[in-house]
Design a protein around this ligand. Sequence first.
Ligand SMILES: Cc1cc2nc3c(=O)[nH]c(=O)nc-3n(C[C@H](O)[C@H](O)[C@H](O)COP(=O)(O)OP(=O)(O)OC[C@H]3O[C@@H](n4cnc5c(N)ncnc54)[C@H](O)[C@@H]3O)c2cc1C
Length: 288
Amino acid sequence: MHPFDYVAATSVDQVNSVLAEHGKRARPLVGGTDLLVQLRGGRFELDVVVDIKGVPEANVLDLNGSLKMGSAVSCATVYENEAISAAFPGLMDAAELIGGIQIQSRASMAGNLCNSTPSGDTIGPMIVHGGQVNIVSSSGSRTVAVEDFCTGPGRNVLEDGEWVLDITFPAPSSSFGAAYERFIPRNEMDIAVAGAASSLTLDGSGNISEAKVSLAAVGPTPVTVGAIGDLLEGKTPTAENFEAAGKIAYDAVSPISDMRGTIEQRRHLSGVLTRRTLAKAAERAKAG
Ligand SMILES: Cc1cc2nc3c(=O)[nH]c(=O)nc-3n(C[C@H](O)[C@H](O)[C@H](O)COP(=O)(O)OP(=O)(O)OC[C@H]3O[C@@H](n4cnc5c(N)ncnc54)[C@H](O)[C@@H]3O)c2cc1C
């Protein structure tokens, strides 16, 4: 493995300055559960790894109706917070199934997002919860929707010198529900063959006022299926309507066949998981 320096940063400015100085030869580290594996495997070479876990702003976890989640916050910290789990159930579903307990205690959702693999389990849930990514660098800051963040397998909108400081989520209404499920060949510690994140908001009459579905591992980036929102808006949350939404998901995806699954299996799973997660999101929305 190529030798690299390790910087334990304690401020945003320090991270900015290391990344500005080294460009592509430096990367932020949170849990290292992707980064260190990739470095050891020779996927790329770095001169500096900058650990952001000592940066106070990256450790913020502030629920005040809306949620601000610093990029260094671990998955376990998210799902162990009962108020956050109740208000943001899609995030909880995903945080609870990343790896095992040791991985969840180190790994961050921001790291999962910045790694940008199509199978990343937290990305779809962050999309259906309306996440906005706060990107910083020595030249300033900008905000990008999680939905627009990934640009290809392992690629995203971050330019040299930029990093993610935090991700914010709007306050959900009392009749909002969300859910994430994935299919893996064994019960845990595996990469999704396909995954689906869904969210629903119900109006005062119990009809669907907004619906979002984002699918994992069935395209080069997360696949957000806008036609499902169009179909469901104004309709009742019934099994028949969710079945129709599943058919749209089946038709909307263009996955590849690989060692984990075939095209047909992934399309089938997209339909089934869409139907199931919409039903679970509806139950949660009704329960308030
Ligand atoms: C045993 C095992 C099981 C796993 N199981 C799952 C699973 O079930 N589902 C799943 O989706 N993944 C899984 N993973 C992959 C990994 O754990 C997750 O992607 C995790 O969320 C990565 O978070 P991290 O904090 O460890 O990221 P790191 O490894 O620290 O970083 C990942 C990448 O993002 C960059 N990065 C990190 N933070 C920032 C930032 N703030 N700004 C800019 N760039 C940043 C890093 O430079 C690096 O390129 C597993 C990994 C292992 C080793």
